[in-house]
Design a protein around this ligand. Structure first.
Ligand SMILES: Cc1ncc(COP(=O)(O)O)c(C=O)c1O
Length: 393
């Protein structure tokens, strides 16, 4: 076999993630690898934890990246916080809420599912009803930014309800972190996990997490050991915690952590609130352009995520043909529908470094051209005018 170096094609990533990685992050990844117990590396880790606190808006001491993708952040929360027999209310309004339920079952817990329609936010009144019906529930779990549908749930309200019923909260912020408002301390979120590959402009493969004292106390008070050795926070903290000497737990993904560090330095330079505002501004411009092309967004306006726009595929338009042409002719990736929305929607992401004016213009112009090529009437000129007007506003 003759193998050659892999040269990826040039793409513009406007799907559900990964998003475009910033050149500064790519450059950071290529810096020389050093030992993961080297004092210089440990200094970088400490800074990284501080930067993650800034992104999550928290003072939580237990704030760190898990050395694995967002799904491992999810598992870290569930395997550490759910003990066999614990009743957990899981709000499900898309694919990732469904995965939370699976996690509860595998951790030996008893899930109570609160279902909302796909494309809608989690309904706080249904959560309240479920908590009244299950006074023995210990934990409430939900997804703030449901990437499978583009719906944004009201974390502050849901956490408030959970606390009134004496439950801890686990919040999925994989797509939320850096892209839309998230205030871990001010809203009282107990445990939260995220992903590096979405609104942070970083490569996939790392899962920032943060636990407050209440959540950590539940982990420490467990009567059964955490069933996962790798994700057991009692062990991981020996490596990541700032107290005393660091002990070997696993070999940290050294260069990947350089990349996350650089991405977070960039977030700090921009300002977290400015990053939220940027995602919102570009979402409005994309929305205007898509609507001028005759396309409709799936999620009601008040519940829309700026960083993930689910668009109904017009009748008679071939989903795969459009996405295929965008990729082949324009190097542009948009996402297909997932789960119940497969074949019905496109998911257009504006995350991190992908959330830029030129990407909005490029996506609307390429999509307009492809729709016209395939026989659907789309007024690309007007759509681009609308985008430009929104960007100038
Ligand atoms: C809301 C949400 N949760 C969890 C995940 C899982 O993250 P990963 O694919 O990095 O494991 C994703 C990934 O798209 C996501 O969007």
């Amino acid at each position: 076999m003759t193998a050659r170096s892999f040269q990826p094609p040039v793409r513009t990533l406007m799907g559900p993630g990964p998003a475009d990685v910033h050149p500064r992050v790519l450059a950071a990844l290529a810096r020389p690898t050093i030992g993961h117990l080297d004092p210089a590396f440990i200094g970088m880790m400490d800074e990284l934890k501080g930067l993650l606190r800034l992104a999550f808006r928290t003072e939580n001491a237990l704030t760190m990246p898990v050395s694995a993708p967002g799904s491992a952040g999810m598992e870290t929360c569930f395997v550490n916080l759910v003990e066999p027999g614990d009743k957990v209310i899981v709000c499900i309004n898309g694919v990732f809420g469904g995965r939370m339920k699976e996690n509860v079952i595998r951790a030996g817990g008893e899930p109570v599912c609160v279902e909302d329609p796909w494309g809608r936010a989690v309904d706080p009144s249904r959560l309240e009803d479920a908590l009244k019906a299950n006074p023995d529930a210990r934990i409430v779990a939900f997804v703030q930014a449901e990437t499978s549908t583009g719906a944004s749930s009201d974390t502050r309200t849901l956490v408030d309800i959970a606390h009134r019923h004496d439950c801890l909260t686990i919040v999925d912020a994989v797509t939320a972190l850096g892209g839309s408002p998230l205030e871990v301390d001010a809203w009282g979120v107990d445990a939260v996990y995220a992903g590096s590959q979405k609104c942070l402009s970083c490569t996939p493969g790392l899962a920032p997490i943060s636990f407050n004292e209440r959540a950590l106390a539940k982990v420490k008070a467990r009567s059964t050991p955490v069933q996962s050795w790798f994700l057991d926070l009692n062990l991981v903290l020996g490596y990541w915690s700032g107290e005393g000497k660091r002990s070997y737990h696993h070999t940290a993904p050294v260069n990947a952590l350089y990349g996350l560090h650089e991405a977070l330095v960039m977030l700090a330079e921009e300002g977290v609130e400015a990053a939220w505002a940027r995602h919102h501004r570009h979402h409005l411009a994309l929305r205007d352009g898509l609507e001028a092309l005759g396309l409709e967004l799936v999620v009601p306006e008040a519940e829309r995520l700026p960083q993930l726009n689910a668009v109904s595929i017009p009748g008679g338009v071939d989903d795969a043909a459009v996405r295929g042409r965008l990729l082949r002719q324009y190097g542009l990736e948009i996402g297909a529908g997932l789960g119940a929305l497969a074949g019905k929607v496109w998911r257009i992401g504006l995350m991190g470094w992908s959330s830029r004016p030129q990407n909005v213009l490029y996506c609307v112009s390429a999509l307009g051209a492809v729709l016209n090529d395939l026989g659907a009437k789309a007024d690309t000129g007007t759509a681009l005018d609308r985008v430009q007007r929104a960007l100038d506003a």
